[in-house]
Design a protein around this ligand. Structure first.
Ligand SMILES: O=C(O)CCC(=O)C(=O)O
Length: 279
C-alpha cells in the first residue's frame, strides 16, 4: 500500500455536492460529477471554441519560446524538471498576460469550479506545459498536491489541451479512485516528483483541443512520452477554495494562504463570477 504524506493524517474525501453546496450540478452533468467523485477525473468536451483556443495558444507561444531560450542558457538546457528540448513549464502566465488571465475566468471553467469546489474560489496556479517530440520521457505518476502540500488537500486541476492530446503525443493517464486516500508520499525522481511506479488500471484520457480534463489535486496522473513529431501543448489552470493555504511544517503557523493578488485572485465570490481589474 502506498505510504501517505506525513502531513496527510486525517483526510476524508468531500463529494462535489458537499463542497459545492449544489445537490445537482449546474454546469457539469450528474454523470460527470459522479465520475469525478468516484474516479477522480472527468473529461468535459466542447468547453471552448476554436477561436478561444487559437487566441490562447497565440498568447502562450511567445512566453514558452522565451522560457525555452532561457533554459538553453542553463547547463544541459535544463532546470529542475524542465528541459528545453523535452518539456517546458511556463508558470504564472495569468499574472501578466491578459489573454491567459481572461481565460482563467472563462464561463466554462467557472461552471466547472462552481460544481466541484464551491461558491468562493481562487485561481491557485497556472502554467503552460509543452511536451516536445521526445520518445522516451514520461512525466511520472504524481498528485499535484505532492509538489506543494495545500490545505484543503482537495483542489482542482483543469488540464486544457491546446493541441489534440493523444496517447501518442503524451495525453494524461489517471489512476482511478486513488484520490480518495488524500496525498501520498512523493520522492523526487529524474523527471519529477512521483508517488507510484506502476498502476494496473491506469486510464488514458485522450482530449481534443476545446475540451478540458478535470481532475483532483489528489488524482495520481502521468503524461506519456511524445512519440510524434509535433509539440503537445497544454495550459493547466488550478483552482482552490478561497482560504486554501500551503503547509510547510506541522505547526499551526506553518501555513501560507494562497492569495497573491496578481495571480491567485478570486474567480468566484458567493457563486458569482468576479469580473473587472485584478491585483
Ligand atoms: O502536461 C504534462 O505533460 C504534465 C503536466 C502535469 O502533470 C503537471 O504539471 O502536474
Amino acid at each position: 500500500m502506498t505510504a501517505l504524506h506525513p502531513f496527510n493524517t486525517a483526510f476524508a474525501w468531500q463529494s462535489a455536492a458537499a463542497v459545492s453546496g449544489r445537490a445537482t450540478p449546474t454546469f457539469l452533468s450528474s454523470e460527470q460529477t459522479e465520475q469525478f467523485d468516484r474516479d477522480g477525473y472527468c473529461l468535459v468536451e466542447h468547453a471552448f471554441d476554436a477561436a478561444t483556443i487559437g487566441a490562447l495558444t497565440a498568447a502562450i507561444d511567445p512566453h514558452e519560446r522565451d522560457a525555452t531560450e532561457f533554459l538553453r542558457t542553463q547547463p544541459d538546457g535544463a532546470m529542475f524538471i524542465a528541459q528545453a528540448d523535452a518539456i517546458t513549464f511556463t508558470a504564472h502566465l495569468a499574472g501578466h498576460d491578459e489573454t491567459c488571465r481572461d481565460f482563467t475566468r472563462h464561463p466554462s471553467l467557472l461552471g466547472i469550479v462552481g460544481d466541484l469546489i464551491g461558491p468562493d474560489v481562487r485561481l491557485y496556479w497556472d502554467q503552460a506545459v509543452y511536451k516536445k517530440p521526445e520518445p522516451t520521457r514520461e512525466f511520472p505518476w504524481h498528485q499535484d498536491n505532492g509538489y506543494a502540500f495545500a490545505e484543503p488537500q482537495q483542489y482542482l486541476t483543469c488540464w486544457v489541451p491546446l493541441t489534440d492530446a493523444t496517447v501518442s503525443n503524451g495525453c494524461p493517464w489517471v489512476a482511478p479512485g486513488m484520490h480518495r486516500r488524500g496525498t501520498f508520499l512523493h520522492r523526487l525522481g529524474p523527471y519529477g516528483f512521483t508517488c507510484l511506479d506502476t498502476v494496473d488500471d491506469a486510464v488514458p484520457v485522450e482530449a481534443p483541443a476545446g475540451s478540458v480534463v478535470v481532475f483532483s489535486s489528489l488524482t495520481p496522473h502521468l503524461t506519456g512520452a511524445n512519440v510524434t513529431e509535433t509539440v503537445r501543448k497544454a495550459y493547466i489552470v488550478q483552482y482552490a477554495p478561497s482560504g486554501a493555504a500551503v503547509r510547510t511544517g506541522i505547526g499551526a503557523d506553518d501555513l501560507t494562504v494562497a492569495d497573491q493578488p496578481d495571480r491567485q485572485y478570486m474567480v468566484l465570490r458567493n457563486g458569482s463570477p468576479v469580473t473587472g481589474r485584478i491585483g
